[in-house]
Design a protein around this ligand. Structure first.
Ligand code: NAG
Length: 308
């Protein structure tokens, strides 16, 4: 009898230990983990507990909620050329998003205010802002992300021929086995020290997600890694480590965004005003010139008729 108990106890221990393989949470340094089997969660929004799967990258929607929570609590969070014409940049920055249970963004976001807008699957605004009655009929998928990286100066020139494999490998090993074949193309401009990485998936692909990886990389370069292990993102190109200095992220959705003229920038408005004024002035000049000609014609006709 005693033996059986010991075997059961040992089995329980073993089960507990195996469930704790990613305890503490490897993919999220702010997570809190406890219990057997190990459960990790993140405090989000106004203090709700979000359960995490630490074997994967944490969905961007949960991460943004956690950042909002941390910003409210005064904990540290973030500091501070388009691939196609329809590409959008995240100019709005952070908001407190609404997430589905699986971590996807809800199509309509309001940041706890009366003002709402529609987002893509990366949580980036893709429409004008409207009021609460705004309709976003579905979450439009981002299927192409351009990561425009600038690296710090290096001792030796960067080996261009090894760059593509090196970057794809670094992305694959760092971001939870991110599929290398989603790394579509890599271009390098040595003078600008700029590496342009395009990650793409076919339209309709709902299995692979590009935005979580892009968000982790954005944090890696701009602030600090989100991982428990805070080693820097430094791809190794032919034995030389590339330290990143800056990153700009462009999002291309399966359907183009629907911004309207309402949000034209001041510069464009100024140009339009000038053009309209010029056209009006031109028309006025034409009109008066015509009238003068008409008058002169009338006078001439009168003179011709006088002698009669
Ligand atoms: C969301 O609301 C917070 C304040 O709660 C504000 O700081 C932030 O700028 C807002 N973000 C957007 C995108 O409106």
């Amino acid at each position: 009898m005693m033996k059986l108990w010991i075997v059961l106890l040992l089995a329980a221990f073993a089960a507990g230990a195996s469930a704790q393989s990613s305890c503490p949470c490897a993919s999220m340094k702010w997570a809190t983990c406890d219990g057997t089997p190990c459960q990790c969660f993140l405090l989000t929004g106004s203090g709700d507990k979000q359960t995490l799967n630490c074997d994967k990258l944490i969905p961007k929607c949960f991460l943004m909620k956690a950042e909002m929570y941390r910003a409210r609590k005064g904990l540290n969070t973030r500091t501070g050329g388009k691939p196609v014409e329809s590409a959008i940049v995240d100019n709005d920055g952070i908001y407190d998003p609404e997430c589905e249970n699986d971590g996807k963004f809800k199509a309509k976001q309001c940041n706890n205010t009366e003002e709402c807008w529609c987002v893509n699957s990366a949580g980036v605004r893709r429409t004008d802002k409207g009021d609460k009655s705004l309709k976003c009929d579905k979450l439009v998928e981002t299927n192409w992300i351009r990561l425009q990286l600038t690296h710090k100066a290096t001792a030796k020139p960067v080996d261009d021929t090894k760059l593509k494999t090196a970057i794809a490998d670094a992305i694959n090993s760092r971001y939870n086995n991110f599929k290398k074949d989603l790394v579509d193309s890599i271009e390098y401009d040595p003078d600008a020290r700029m590496i342009v990485v395009d990650v793409k998936k076919p339209k309709g692909d709902r299995l692979n997600d590009l935005s979580n990886m892009a968000y982790y990389m954005e944090k890696d370069v701009k602030v600090l890694p989100l991982f428990k292990d805070t080693t820097k993102f430094e791809p190794n190109v032919a034995g030389q480590k590339l330290e990143m200095e800056n990153i700009l992220v462009f999002y291309v959705d399966e359907e183009p965004p629907t911004f309207t003229m309402k949000h034209l920038s001041g510069g464009i408005i100024a140009v339009i005003v000038v053009v309209v004024l010029a056209v009006v002035a031109g028309l006025l000049v034409l009109f008066f010139a015509r009238r003068r000609q008409q008058k002169q014609y009338n006078k001439a006709q009168q003179r011709e008729m006088d002698p009669m």
